[in-house]
Design a protein around this ligand. Structure first.
Ligand SMILES: Cc1ncc(COP(=O)(O)O)c(C=O)c1O
Length: 453
């Protein structure tokens, strides 16, 4: 076994050669821990802390950290010493995984393009939609998060993520999430190749659309010749209960992007599921057999990890568990936070949940809340995350495009006892924010340190 390098030395090396600002940020937030072992929904630090993971690496660890069956599959594949990156053979494992994915997804999704990440899946969807329709325009929803490569970033309106990186893809436009009239107005121009949308917007604040929105959006897309593409990078693989969030709404999309949880959180992977019709437009001839590929795309470790992950999700009935535990979590959390005026709503689907906060009415709290929002819109949420982590040993985060929503997304195998622990500890922290001044004086000192950094 490899001996871990000293924590201090590796942090210094990371600071010197990778991303010193990330180290400074984690230090500022007092969240710079050295993790010794991660199992299921629990993280164990070198200093002996046990931390409950209610973030799952942003919906990566659906089967739990280091699931033994996924680890064994990867080990087997390495021991087999088969063709890993030959680039000159037909990958049987890719075929097997694609078959399993298409069976589970259903509808017109009968082909799979394997990428190495969610962003790469989005990039492929952009190219494929353009090739299929002969149009270049791309529609996306306000608040969306699709990834940080140039194409994916072009589908995100947020100036924060785009600033300093120059012009993005032309002919990209956004519509309000959940509203049909503005969508139809844009589609009517018949210039859009695809409408790319998350069925439940994650980073926008766990936004669940009105019941009929997605079905009608799909119908509108069909009427105007625009492909209907779902980004299920966070919502897929049973995160919201069924295999795809699309299944909640009876959808039949033209393409679906998966990534994150697909390989058990262990090997980079992404998958773009598409219809035969779209495939035929992109790869119509031998000459174009390799027109869109990526070196590591069908690598055997990711494929084996993917197959093992799907098996675990099925064997352990994690989709059903996400539905049941999610409902209970929201009910219990809702009750525990019911009388706290800064809590606006507890919402979610399956185990993709959020607590939304809003300005309190009580003058004393309102003054603090508004003041900190003005210093930095993310400061209130970040302090909450810090308190949960530092005082209660619970890992969460605020949503990337909506700082007033605390995201709750534990591994789907989270136990009832762990959920109870989360609910009572979160209630304790949120209650303290309402009743004690300590939270706000901490906020002030964090603000001072952040300004000085
Ligand atoms: C909904 C969604 N789509 C796409 C991406 C990009 O995925 P990746 O980070 O694997 O490139 C993310 C990443 O968080 C995401 O949340």
């Amino acid at each position: 076994m490899l001996a871990p390098t000293s924590t201090l030395l590796s942090t210094e090396q990371y600071s010197q050669h990778v991303n010193p600002q990330w180290v400074r940020l984690l230090d500022l937030l007092q969240m710079n821990e050295c993790y010794r072992e991660c199992i299921g929904a629990e993280l164990f630090t070198a200093e002996g802390r046990r931390i409950l993971d209610f973030l799952s690496g942003y919906s990566v660890h659906n089967v739990g950290h280091n699931h033994p069956a996924v680890l064994a599959a990867i080990r087997d594949e390495m021991d087999r010493r088969g063709p890993a990156m030959l680039q000159s053979h037909v990958s049987e494992l890719a075929g097997e995984l694609a078959d399993q994915l298409c069976r589970r997804a259903g509808g017109r999704l009968t082909k799979v393009y394997f990428s190495n990440s969610g962003s790469e899946g989005i990039e492929a969807a952009i190219k494929f939609a353009r090739a299929h329709t002969g149009r270049f325009g791309l529609l996306h929803a306000d608040g969306a998060f699709h990834g940080l490569t140039c194409g994916a970033l072009s589908l995100m309106g947020s100036s924060f993520w785009r600033e300093g990186f120059g012009p993005m893809l032309p002919e990209t436009e956004s519509v309000p999430f959940g509203e049909l009239s503005p969508l139809e107005e844009k589609l009517r121009s018949r210039k859009f190749a695809a409408f790319i949308v998350e069925p439940v917007q994650s980073e926008a604040g766990i936004r669940i659309p009105p019941r009929d929105y997605l079905g009608q959006a799909q119908d509108l897309c069909r009427r105007y010749g625009t492909l209907f593409v779902l980004d299920e990078v966070q919502t897929g693989l049973h995160r919201t209960g069924p295999f795809l969030a699309a299944h909640h709404f009876g959808l039949d999309p033209d393409m679906v992007v998966l990534a994150k949880a697909l390989s058990g959180g262990l090997i980079p992977v992404g998958a773009l599921l598409l219809s035969d019709a779209v495939y035929e437009s992109v790869y119509p001839s031998l000459r174009r057999a390799l027109i869109h590929t990526s070196t590591f795309g069908e690598n055997s470790l990711a494929m084996r990890a993917g197959l093992a992950t799907l098996q675990v999700l099925e064997d352990e009935r994690l989709g059903e568990r996400a539905t049941q535990v999610g409902e209970r979590l929201r009910r219990d959390l809702g009750q525990a936070l019911a009388d706290l005026e800064m809590v606006k709503e507890v919402r979610g689907l399956g185990l993709l949940c959020g607590i939304e906060f809003h300005t309190p009415k009580q003058l004393r709290l309102k003054v603090f809340f508004e003041a900190f929002k003005r210093i930095h819109p993310g400061m209130f949420g970040q302090l909450l995350v810090m308190r949960l982590f530092g005082d209660q040993n619970i890992l969460t985060q605020i949503c990337g495009n909506n700082f007033l929503v605390l995201k709750i997304a534990p591994p789907l195998m989270v136990s009832d006892a762990q959920v109870d622990e989360f609910v009572s500890k979160t209630a304790e922290v949120v209650d303290a924010i309402h009743s004690s001044n300590a939270f706000w004086s901490d906020a002030l000192s964090l603000a001072r340190r952040a300004v000085n950094i």
